[in-house]
Ligand binder design. Structure first.
Ligand code: NAD
Length: 277
């Protein structure tokens, strides 16, 4: 649908099977772009636990299947908490594929939930660190490269429905996603003169690996069976279904395409009508 031949994309946190990142990376590849599959690559204690992390073998498998399908892909393991890792990620894309056109800040911590009065500084810092500071590092280093190239680019920040409202037990997550929208607006304003567009996407619930963990956690916290919890969520969505990873991938491809050449600073809902502001 869009012609991304000759373009190069980085999707952070795209090494986890069935995640939004994987879907966006595959969509870029399907449209002809070369794509860097980035992820942490390994478990790192409770802030990056087994249930929350894309591992090296998973990253490699996603890249291999893109290449086997005729696409261009490479993997890069790095930590969004570490600025040098993010700088090196951009450098890697340029060395491997020659340039950078699209950067998607998708890596995120969507666990470490709990009542605000019990939230520790360590968990707060981890969530804000990956989701917001990591996105700042991503924008900064992607933009530097795009400015050097001189012909613009598109940066997409994967925020959330949590950027548009508040829900119990998600203080750090919700704050980080609200912050991401503010960061998007500032970056869009500053980078417009370089023809770099910066937008956020705000998906509602998608049952990814992270989403499954959230379903289990929230259904238990609300004393509901998993089925009842999911039915309750669905009942609030006018289009009468939960989100699919492809919904976000389609929106991301649109925002990176020329069809969105006059769209910047947006925080676009991908929520089946659940959010409309
Ligand atoms: N699933 C949903 O319902 C939903 C809804 C709205 C927004 N989101 C957002 O979408 C993004 C992707 O989530 P997903 O549901 O596809 O889950 P996911 O677990 O597939 O993706 C998150 C990725 O972030 C990576 N990550 C975590 N800490 C990292 C670090 N320090 N450095 C590098 N990578 C790190 C993980 O390894 C993982 O691969 C997240 O930012 C999430 O907040 C998800």
């Amino acid at each position: 649908m869009y012609d991304f031949k000759g373009k190069v994309a980085i999707v952070t946190g795209s090494g986890r099977p069935k995640g939004l990142g994987e879907a966006m990376a595959r969509r870029f590849a399907d449209e002809g772009a070369a794509v860097v599959i980035h992820d942490l690559g390994q478990v790192k204690g409770e802030i990056a636990p087994e249930h929350g992390v894309g591992k090296s073998a998973e990253m490699e498998a996603i890249a291999k299947s893109i290449i086997d399908g005729g696409g261009k892909a490479a993997t890069f393991a790095g930590d969004m908490l570490v600025e040098k890792d993010v700088e090196n990620l951009v450098q890697f894309a340029v060395e491997k594929f020659g340039r950078l056109d699209f950067f998607v800040n998708n890596a995120g911590i969507g666990y470490l939930f709990g009542p605000l009065i019990d939230l520790t500084q360590e968990h707060w810092d981890a969530v804000l660190g990956v989701n917001l500071r990591g996105a700042f590092f991503g924008i900064k280093h992607a933009a530097r490269q795009m400015i050097k190239q001189g012909d613009g680019g598109s940066i997409v920040n994967i925020a959330s429905q949590a950027a548009k409202g508040g829900s119990a037990r998600t203080a750090a997550y919700t704050s980080s996603k609200h912050g991401m929208v503010g960061l998007t607006r500032v970056a869009a304003t500053e980078l417009a003169e370089h023809k770099i567009r910066v937008n956020a996407l705000c998906p509602n619930h998608v049952t990814t690996g992270l989403g499954s963990w959230q379903n289990d956690y929230m259904s238990k916290a609300r004393g509901l069976s998993l089925d009842d919890y999911l039915a309750d969520r669905r009942s609030k969505i006018p289009l009468d279904r939960l989100g699919f990873v492809e919904d976000t991938a389609k929106a991301c491809a649109f925002l990176c395409s020329d069809q969105a050449s006059y769209v910047t600073g947006e925080a676009m809902n991908v929520s089946g009508g659940e959010q409309y502001h």
